[in-house]
Write a protein that binds this ligand. Structure first.
Ligand code: AQP
Length: 334
């Protein structure tokens, strides 16, 4: 008998154009996992609206992200690719789980604290509840593993806490998910300020590289990346800007940081930065070409996300029914 494969759930929110951080920290790893696991890869549009989005841009980006998944090598026949809002169970399960989540634990979330600081008075309740929707995303598919960058570890921990709480109050309902954090490229930092992560909603475009940035823009941004005055290519916490660029080069060329240090001994930053830029371009150019092709074929994209939503609806509905039953909600027969 064929052994049941472990389930993976992961997603990216269309709150901005995707960065090299999203690519290295998430998508590139998903490609490696698709043969071994039963994967659900989602465009989490409901997460994007926790901060205000322009409707036209949101639609465009949602489809572009789906195209990026496929163009990066995620096979739509092997994996379930879908758009979160096409599967109403996400929102419904999130409501139920909200009732098993404490305000105190939500207010400790670093991402909430960072984002709400920037937003001043206009912090939506959705932003506060974001981790509960994320918990629902994961738990309704009984995901065993959730591949995320280091920045999302805290959200995964709260999802585990909520699941355990629900299981303890009733009886085992959810699989307790584990984070799957890649050792390489777990956190790509901002090019202008290496103390914060590269983020798609960053205001200064020189801080990030977009997956769809043209080659000349990539060259310019990498050449402007903040380093230091030491002039030595060294993988050290004292040189966070250089360390970040070494990390990027290492993930893209598979050379270890030590090998990279050796290659650039006595060479200064100009050659190093130029090689980092070329490695990024080499990785992204074929993806960009494919994305443009896919974006010109909306009916193909529709076929993929419809098929994905069908499977996701079917699987998640079973979990929702279980939750409803345990809580004491009266099921309605079909
Ligand atoms: N800089 C990063 N390094 C490594 N991984 C990263 N991820 C994001 N930034 C980095 C990973 O990408 C996945 C999807 O993230 P998301 O878009 O759903 O949310 P996010 O982590 O909040 O991403 P951003 O780019 O920072 O978006 P905004 O600015 O809109 O909040 C996750 O697996 C994440 O770890």
């Amino acid at each position: 008998m064929e052994e049941k494969r472990k389930v993976i759930f992961s997603g990216i929110k269309p709150s901005g154009d995707l960065t090299l951080g999203n690519y290295i920290g998430a998508i590139k790893n998903w490609v490696k996992l698709q043969d071994e696991y039963d994967c659900y890869f989602c465009v989490v549009d409901l997460h994007a609206i926790t901060v205000r989005q322009e409707p036209k841009d949101l639609r465009q980006r949602t489809l572009e992200i789906l195209s990026i998944y496929i163009a990066s090598g995620i096979d739509p026949d092997k994996n379930t690719l879908f758009i979160q809002s096409h599967v109403p169970v996400h929102s419904e399960a999130a409501w139920l789980l909200n009732c098993y989540t404490y305000m105190g634990e939500l207010s400790r979330m670093t991402q909430y604290k960072d984002k709400s600081q920037k937003l001043g008075d206009s912090i939506s309740a959705g932003l506060f509840n974001y981790p509960v929707l994320m918990a629902a995303d994961i738990l309704i598919y009984n995901a065993d593993l959730v591949p995320v960058g280091k920045d999302q570890k805290q959200h995964l921990e709260i999802a585990r806490d909520i699941a355990e709480r629900f299981n303890n109050i009733y009886s085992p309902t959810f699989v307790i998910p584990d984070a799957y954090i890649p050792t390489e490229g777990a956190k790509i930092m901002d090019l202008q300020d290496a103390s914060k992560k590269m983020s798609k909603s960053e205001e200064n475009p020189n801080g990030y590289i977009l997956i769809m940035d043209p080659p000349e823009v990539i060259r310019k941004k990498v050449s402007r990346a903040v380093t230091d005055s030491l002039g030595i290519v060294k993988y050290s916490d004292e040189q966070p800007g250089v360390k970040n660029l070494i990390n990027i080069l290492s993930v893209l060329t598979k050379a270890s940081p030590e090998e990279i240090e050796k290659n650039y001994e006595g060479k200064g930053y100009a050659q190093f930065k130029s090689d980092v830029a070329e490695a990024i371009i080499k990785e992204l150019e074929p993806i960009q070409t494919k994305v443009k092709e896919l974006m010109a074929n909306k009916s193909y994209l529709e076929e993929i996300y419809k098929k994905g939503a069908e499977k996701a609806n079917y699987v998640s509905m079973k979990t929702l029914r279980k939750m409803q039953k345990k809580i004491g909600l009266i099921p309605i027969s079909k």
